[in-house]
Design a protein around this ligand. Structure first.
Ligand SMILES: Cc1cc2nc3c(=O)[nH]c(=O)nc-3n(C[C@H](O)[C@H](O)[C@H](O)COP(=O)(O)OP(=O)(O)OC[C@H]3O[C@@H](n4cnc5c(N)ncnc54)[C@H](O)[C@@H]3O)c2cc1C
Length: 422
């Protein structure tokens, strides 16, 4: 653990060290030639949002770490015990195994990367643009560099920043009456739930809003624990998407009216032939969905409610509501060179990067702030699988770093860390 702030300036600061930052770093060994500052606010780095999620994955073990070049500088990562075991898993697995592999990877990176400074647990509270001197290839105006404001009144500088700070669940405003107990799906899926001191264990008539893997994992958790309930209704806005190995499997499968029909042009990955590759229910969630749809799970049912008002009515008639319906990006305040806070999210609270990987489209002051898949599903574009996403972003960063000499002033005393006055 880093207890004091490092001195000096950095080519690149990475905020967050979870799956996506680790994917970016381990897919891009050329970053070893740069001075990186990597900051995370957790005691144990690597697992990020997967820490404590004791549920079955919706992916298979072989989906992970394929982005590491076995012959490259980080090839040894593939031999770490937890990583090798995960990669040998052709089926689903408990997400705690992914968390273990990510923690092991983060530890190994710290040994391997002498040029990188790791700081944790430190939190970045804001990132402020410092007026532009950093040339950006293809843009006329030079982009700013950045000052990162950390807790403990520390400020550090970097020529570019990567936000890899993840997501948080976002309750839909007005969906649930104020007097109704509302649980976020993450709370239900973390180890230790239900905790009688903090959560209702008498759930009564329960509505779960959402039709994804998280929603069905919540149903499983409720069935498997001591929580008592009268009824459970899983309410989704559209029909539920299901994963298939190929379009033939989809055509041959018996399907309930609750299942979304597949559009072969939109839902089939042209590279792998997989249907609903990242969105579809898979493994035990798919089986549970099918059993509920067939009426085989006592007191548990499904409902489709296309309009928000219909969902509101269903929530109003429930004793307890579980929210498994969406996320927003988690990120520090972004402050322009003029001192104003810049909101760079879209209408759903997600930071969506431009084609060049940055937030330059939101404001020129953010032209050297890159985003690592803050969208939980950055793979709607089938040309981008998780592995190529990491390498693609890494390549964009390397190009930008090659064209961005550090401002000369940074070589002076100004370049070191400073302390906030207030
Ligand atoms: C209930 C639930 C179920 C899920 N199930 C699945 C699943 O089955 N499969 C799947 O692929 N995904 C699942 N996810 C999503 C999963 O959490 C994300 O896919 C994954 O964690 C994204 O990785 P990331 O690196 O983008 O973010 P994270 O893993 O969240 O890592 C970001 C890191 O940045 C740190 N950080 C954030 N802000 C700051 C700051 N200001 N300063 C310093 N550090 C900061 C965080 O503490 C964290 O360590 C689930 C999520 C939830 C909540």
């Amino acid at each position: 653990m880093e207890t004091t702030a490092p001195t000096g300036e950095h080519d690149l600061a990475i905020v967050g060290l979870g799956l996506r930052a680790l994917g970016l770093l381990t897919a891009t060994p050329e970053l070893l030639d740069h001075r990186l500052l990597i900051i995370d606010d957790r005691q144990v780095v690597g697992p990020g949002g997967f820490a404590d999620l004791h549920i079955e994955s919706n992916s298979v073990g072989t989906d992970f770490f394929g982005w590491v070049d076995p012959a490259g500088s980080f090839g040894d990562i593939l031999h770490l015990p937890a990583v090798a075991e995960l990669r040998a898993e052709t089926g689903c697995f408990n997400l705690s195994r992914l968390a273990g592999a990510l923690a092991e990877t983060a530890t190994a990176l710290r040994r391997m990367a002498a040029n990188w400074v790791f700081m944790h647990p430190w939190r970045v509270t804001a990132i402020r643009a410092v007026p532009g001197r950093v040339p950006v290839p293809g843009r006329e105006a030079p982009a700013p560099s950045y000052e990162l404001w950390l807790d403990r009144r520390t400020r550090l500088r970097a020529a570019a920043v990567v936000l890899a700070s993840g997501i948080v669940e976002r309750p839909v405003p007005g969906l649930v009456p104020d007097d109704r107990p509302l649980l976020m799906s993450g709370a239900v899926l973390r180890s230790g739930w239900p905790d009688p001191r903090r959560h209702p264990v008498e759930l009564g008539d329960l509505v779960i809003v959402g039709g994804s893997h998280s929603a069905f994992s919540c149903v499983r958790r409720i069935l498997d624990t001591d929580a008592s309930f009268n009824s459970v209704k899983v309410v989704s806005r559209g029909r539920v998407r299901v994963f298939y190995d190929g379009i033939e499997g989809y055509r041959a499968a018996p399907r309930s009216p609750h299942e979304a029909p597949v559009d072969a042009g939109r839902d089939v990955c042209p590279k792998t032939g997989l249907v609903n590759r990242y969105h579809g229910l898979r493994n035990s969630s798919r089986e549970l969905f099918r059993r509920i749809a067939a009426g085989e799970v006592p007191r548990v049912g499904l409902a489709t409610a296309a309009r928000a008002t219909e969902i509101q009515q269903l929530c109003a008639s429930a004793d307890t509501v579980v929210h498994a319906a969406g996320y927003r990006s988690r990120y520090p305040a972004l402050i322009g060179a003029g001192g104003a806070v810049i909101d760079a999210t879209d209408h759903s609270g997600i930071l969506r990067p431009d084609a060049d990987g940055t937030l330059g489209h939101a404001h020129p002051d953010l032209a050297n702030i890159f985003v690592m898949g803050a969208d939980p599903y950055p793979y709607r574009d089938w040309r981008v699988d998780p592995a190529s996403q990491y390498r693609r972003r890494g390549t964009q960063l390397l190009r930008r770093l090659a064209g961005t000499p550090l401002p000369p002033a940074w070589a002076s005393a100004e370049g070191g860390p400073s302390t906030c006055a207030s």
